[in-house]
Each structure stands twice: as C-alpha cells, then as structure tokens.
Ligand binder design. Structure first.
Ligand code: FDA
Length: 301
C-alpha cells in the first residue's frame, strides 16, 4: 500500500509532469505508451489491428488548468479522429474530461466535448469518457448524460471500488459501458479499500451489465475475472458481440493476442502523447511489479 501511495503521489506532482514533457518517453514508459505523436500511434494501432485487436486511443494529458492547453488537447483529439477515419483503422476514442477543461469552466469543457463527440459521430466513431477521481465523478456523468441526449456514440466507465457504483450502473444501464476496478486513491468514506470487496463488486457489476444486454467492456488484466466472465457468458448464452475484453497497451501482450485468437472481441487501450508521466506512475502504483518493465528497459539498452 505504501508503494502504491508513493507512485500515486509521484503521478500527481506537477513539476515532475512538466519536466517529463520536455523529454521523450523515458524510464521504460515506451513499453506502455504507444508513441508521442499521431503517426506513431496510428502505426501501433495498425499492428494491433493486424492481430485482430481493436483499439481505444487516449491522448495523454493531466493537470490542464489553462484554456489554451484544453483547446490544444481538443485539437489533438480531433486530429486523431481524422487520422482514424483517413487510415480506416479499427479504433475509437477514450478521453478524460479534465483534459478538456473540466477544472477550468464547465461550459467551456462541455463545448470542447461536444465538438469532439460531434466530429466522431460523423464517422461513426465511439467516444468513451474515462472516469477520473471521485471529485470529478458526478460532474463527468452529468456531461455524458447531457451529450447523449443528442449523440448516441457516447459511453463511460463504472469504477467498482465506489460504494455508489451499483446505483450508477443502474442509471447508465442503457449505455455502452467499460467496467474497471478503479485506479485512483479514494477515501474510505466513498470507496472500498479492501481488494476482495472491490473484486466482488467488480464481478457483480460485470454480471449485471452483461445480463442487461448492453455492450460491456470488461477492462482488466486479472485472469481470474476473465475466466469467470468466459464461464458466465457461456452459461447465460451471451453472444460474443455483446462484450469485449480490454487491457492496457503493453500489458499481458500474450494474453491479449490469445483472447483475440479464441474469438473474443478484444480492445487495447492505447495511450500516446508527450504527457506520459502521470499515466505511467499510476500504472506503477497499481502494480509495482511493473517496475520490472522499467528495469528491463533501463538495463537492456
Ligand atoms: P489487478 O491490479 O486487481 O490485478 C489482479 C491480478 O491480475 C493480479 O494479482 C495479478 O495476478 C494479475 N495481473 C494484473 N496485472 C498483471 C500484469 N500486468 N501481468 C501479469 N499479471 C497481472 N481506472 C479508472 O479509474 N478509470 C478508468 O477510466 C480506467 N480505464 C481503464 C481502461 C482499461 C482498458 C484498463 C485495463 C484499466 C482501466 N482503469 C481505469 C484501471 C483499472 O481501474 C485498474 O486500476 C487496473 O486495471 C488494475 O486492475 P486489474 O483489474 O487490471 O487487476
């Protein structure tokens, strides 16, 4: 737990975030970040598509407190949408409302999000709203709901560590949802702290949404959960086109490929961009064994 807190603390350090932006991918981040620009990420997507894997693309970005930065992020995401369409690759968008101005001005953020969702809708590209920390949860859900009044290419994420997750999933039962365990450090007044409680709630939420019949993205590297889902869909005759497994770029690559080969829909979350540092630190927080990736990269030059 101490190590997790340490890496989460590092992920939130703005000075280190800004310093990291000045340099290319370092510290082994290139194993889990698919490049720093659009042509590199398109190349990575093509390689995954060739293995029968679809992608969700995340333009990395944290700590956006200036409108100019949020506008630049929006322009970059619009350019990614254009590139997905122009290159005909199998990919959709994942985004974080805080990168588009959530912490600056809600109307400004809404306008940015609407522009992105509208552009993606033109090309029939789905846009998933990643979920961030608890303080941003309700306002992000509100944005998703508001946009989905006009657009049907919007979905979001349910984080199983929150006590309120079941209520939220019931509210969003008609949406395409990604279900995750939850990545941020949250207070014990709002979130389960115990891994077993989180895992049990995670399974419960996945089963609920699968039985509901709406498309479910099961985003986990946990082989026990994946095996459970395989049995569950078989027992309940849930067809493969109603769900997919998702994992992060660079994690459990063999398993990603073999799930796709077994005939399951598989989608890799592909982060890219200069702002790789906070993302990378959160991955180390979740799984300090990922430090192995770092040491391998640093020493196997
Ligand atoms: P967890 O970390 O609980 O590990 C369970 C077990 O799986 C481990 O004990 C180990 O046995 C095995 N395992 C895990 N990783 C492994 C590895 N790399 N190699 C070998 N074995 C491994 N969070 C959030 O708050 N908001 C969001 O929007 C998202 N979005 C998102 C998208 C996608 C595609 C993924 C995969 C994850 C997210 N997350 C997220 C992160 C998520 O909430 C969670 O923090 C991480 O996925 C870690 O939890 P897991 O379920 O993967 O396994």
């Amino acid at each position: 737990m101490l190590l997790r807190d340490f890496f989460i603390h590092l992920s939130e350090n703005q000075l280190l975030n800004s310093a990291a932006q000045k340099y290319g991918l370092k510290l082994g981040a290139q194993s889990v970040v698919a490049g720093t620009n659009i042509s590199e990420v398109i190349q990575s997507i093509k390689e995954l598509n060739a293995l029968g894997i679809s992608c969700t693309v995340d333009n990395l970005g944290e700590f956006v407190f200036e409108k100019s930065e949020a506008t630049a992020a929006k322009e970059q995401i619009l350019a990614v949408i254009e590139a997905i369409h122009a290159e005909g690759v199998d990919a959709h968008i994942s985004l974080k409302p805080s990168q588009l101005g959530l912490d600056i001005d809600i109307d400004f953020c809404y306008d940015n999000l609407r522009e992105i969702v509208a552009q993606a809708a033109e090309y029939d590209i789905f846009v998933n709203f990643d979920m961030e920390n608890y303080d941003r949860l309700q306002v992000s859900f509100d944005l998703v709901e508001e946009l989905s009044k006009t657009y049907d290419n919007v979905g979001t994420v349910i984080q199983a560590y929150f006590f309120r997750a079941k209520e939220d999933i019931e509210k969003f039962k008609d949406y395409r949802l990604r279900i995750v365990k939850g990545a941020y450090k949250e207070s014990e007044s709002v979130a389960y702290q115990d891994k077993l409680d989180i895992d049990l709630n995670y399974i419960d939420l996945i089963e609920y949404h699968l039985l509901n019949g709406k498309f479910t993205s099961i985003a986990t590297h946990d082989h026990n959960v994946i095996e459970h889902v395989k049995r569950f869909v078989k027992d309940h005759n849930i067809p493969n086109d109603k769900f997919e497994f998702q994992m992060l770029y660079g994690f459990r690559k063999e398993m990603q490929i073999s799930l796709a080969k077994e005939g399951y829909n598989f989608c890799t979350y592909v982060p890219f961009g200069k702002d790789w540092y906070g993302y990378f630190m959160r991955r180390l927080a979740e799984r300090p064994q990922n430090l192995n990736l770092v040491t391998k990269q640093v020493f196997n030059k």
